[in-house]
Write a protein that binds this ligand. Structure first.
Ligand SMILES: *Cc1c(COP(=O)(O)O)cnc(C)c1O
Length: 382
């Protein structure tokens, strides 16, 4: 029987050190490994870009939690995405991506990889017919889906996208950063590949950048592993070690992120200055039923638009005291973001543009009373 999520989070890849019994596997802060004769490697370790025990431990933990056969850890989420795309696509291949994928993903595909012959279309993944229509017979090789999406919190059906992907013989990639493997398991819903910015919920403490690619197929694993080694955007030992430490508490953190976010979403809904709250946990959210099916809870991200337009949104974003105005998300501390000028400035004027009256909250795990009081005083400035 597979052990439960939290047991795997704490023990997968985390066997106590053989030499000393150190309960925490050591941080192997090294670039190279002594050989016992030419080509006689100790347990296969040779050079840090290729393999490092600390990174291996994280990769084992990630694979165990996403239900994949192999995981690869990178220096950032975008480094992971770049490695994946270059590992499995070739010039002339076409990607169909959601119309609210992470702005950096859109930028990577349309402004970096396009120069290497990768083409792409942007569609609404909530509309299956639109996705099917965007798949071309000859060169579409990949569907790229993000759910919940950023910052509009749209929910897409992973199982339905996986059926489309299989019918058309293309790979389905799911960016699972917002949900984390605790709340959503795309591989079990039929995805071929899961990508993460581990910088966010997986690391969880805003102190280590990283990314991951998780697959459930030996052939795909070989390709991604080769690019990880040959291109070299690997996670550094310290970053891998911190990410492993963060990941052990993912379950308890996500439960609290989710309950805090739900309380905040409900409270915001009742405020006269609020135009609309975007949170899949609210019954009014168009993706609520689907989210309830494919997610364990609804996560820590809440977006909200204000009736008073850009002025009000900016004012709230700049008035909070417990919520800190900053990019990024998924840490234990609450963050406030004004996407249009911050995280999503790069997609201004594109089909991914974000409303200027919207703020995005990354709800942390502080006491809910303090978070609500902070928002109350910020909205009182309007
Ligand atoms: C942050 C983020 C990324 C990119 O990850 P980095 O670690 O910043 O490179 C990709 N996808 C989503 C959904 C993200 O939030």
């Amino acid at each position: 029987m597979t052990e439960g999520f939290n047991t795997r989070a704490i023990h997968a890849g985390q066997t106590p050190d053989k030499t000393t019994g150190s309960i925490i596997p050591p941080l192997y802060q090294t670039t190279t490994f002594a050989q016992d004769g030419i080509g006689k490697l100790r347990n296969g370790y040779e050079y840090g870009r290729g393999t490092n025990p600390t990174r291996d431990a994280l990769q084992e933990q990630l694979a165990a939690l996403e239900g994949g056969s192999h995981a690869f850890s990178f220096a950032s989420g975008l480094a992971a995405e770049d490695a994946l795309i270059r590992a499995v696509l070739a010039p002339g291949d076409h990607i169909v991506m959601g119309n609210d994928v992470y702005g950096g993903t859109y930028r990577l595909i349309t402004r970096v990889l396009s120069a290497w012959g990768i083409t792409s279309s942007v569609v609404d993944f909530a509309d299956n017919d639109a996705v099917a229509a965007a798949i071309t017979d000859n060169n579409t090789k990949m569907l790229w889906l993000e759910t919940p999406s950023n910052p509009m919190m749209k929910i897409s059906d992973v199982a339905a996208a996986s059926r489309l992907a299989k019918e058309n013989d293309v790979l389905l990639v799911v960016d699972n950063t917002f949900a984390s493997p605790y709340l959503q398991q795309p591989i079990s819903l039929g995805a071929d590949v899961v990508v993460h910015s581990t910088t966010k919920y997986i690391g969880g403490h805003s102190d280590a950048s990283g990314g991951a690619v998780v697959v459930n197929d030996a052939g795909l694993a070989e390709k991604v592993g080769f690019v990880q080694f040959a291109v070299g955007a690997v996670s550094a030992p310290m970053e891998a070690w911190l990410t492993t430490r963060g990941l052990k508490t993912l379950g308890v953190r996500m439960d609290r992120h989710s309950s805090n976010a739900m309380a905040i979403a409900k409270w915001l809904q009742g405020q006269p200055s609020v135009e609309r709250v975007y949170y899949p946990g609210l019954p009014e959210h168009p993706g609520h039923e689907l989210a309830a099916q494919q997610m364990k809870a609804f996560g820590g991200m809440v977006s909200v638009t204000f009736k008073g337009g850009e002025t009000d949104a900016r004012s709230v974003a700049e008035s909070t005291r417990v919520f800190t105005l900053a990019e990024s998300l998924g840490g234990i501390e609450s963050l406030m973001n004004y996407p249009s000028e911050m995280t999503h400035a790069s997609v201004k004027g594109t089909e991914l543009e974000v409303p200027t009256n919207l703020v995005r909250l990354s709800v942390g795990i502080e006491d809910i009373e303090d978070l609500l009081a902070d928002l109350k005083q910020a909205l009182a400035t309007l």
